[in-house]
Design a protein around this ligand. Structure first.
Ligand code: HEC
Length: 156
């Protein structure tokens, strides 16, 4: 009896292991890990800054801004990454609701993709316009979801 039940146990062990790892990897693919605050501070803000910085003028003269092929490629990559963060914001368990949160996130994604297109075309004016749309998307969501926020901050 004992050897028999042991062999039964051994034969189902791989099955249990397979089930455990399957449910584990499924959870790892969708479960939020970082807080919203951490995502904003380490990803959304720095990557959007790279897009805003691509079109800054002082006294009618553009300061900084992409010059080389590699510079434009980085602006494009940051815009794409901003669009990608929308997937993080929509992760189940992190999204605040299934209504306005989705609409606001979608608006940021569209503005980020607009900036990516402008970077691909190396079009500074278009990057500026897209940057304005991105900034509006940030502000619109903050006004809705950060209770203590009453007025939009000035554009960096
Ligand atoms: C879909 C909604 C949404 C969008 C879009 C959004 N944010 Fe946020 N953001 C939030 C929420 C909610 C918080 C408050 C997080 C918290 O502290 O729990 C926040 C907080 C922040 C913070 C403060 C983090 C801290 O220290 O507490 C910064 C900075 C920030 N966002 C930058 C941005 C920028 C820049 C953009 C646009 C490129 C943006 N956010 C777009 C929802 C959004």
């Amino acid at each position: 009896m004992a050897p028999n039940s042991l062999s039964q146990l051994v034969s189902i062990a791989p099955l249990i292991a397979a089930l455990a790892s399957a449910s584990c990897s499924k959870a790892a693919a969708t479960e939020p890990v970082a807080t919203l605050e951490q995502i904003m501070e380490t990803t959304v803000e720095p990557v959007s800054d790279r897009v805003f910085d691509a079109a800054v003028w002082e006294n009618g003269v553009q300061v900084g801004g992409p010059k080389t092929e590699e510079d434009w490629k980085l602006v494009h990559a940051n815009a794409m990454m901003l669009a990608e963060t929308c997937n993080l914001l929509l992760t189940p368990g992190r999204a605040k609701d299934e209504g306005s949160w989705v609409v606001r996130t979608q608006a940021m994604k569209e503005a980020a993709l607009e900036a990516a297109k402008a970077a691909e075309a190396k079009d500074t004016d278009a990057i500026f316009v897209a940057g304005g749309h991105i900034f509006q998307a940030c502000t619109a969501c903050h006004l809705l979801y950060i209770p203590q926020m009453v007025a939009p901050p000035s554009r960096p």
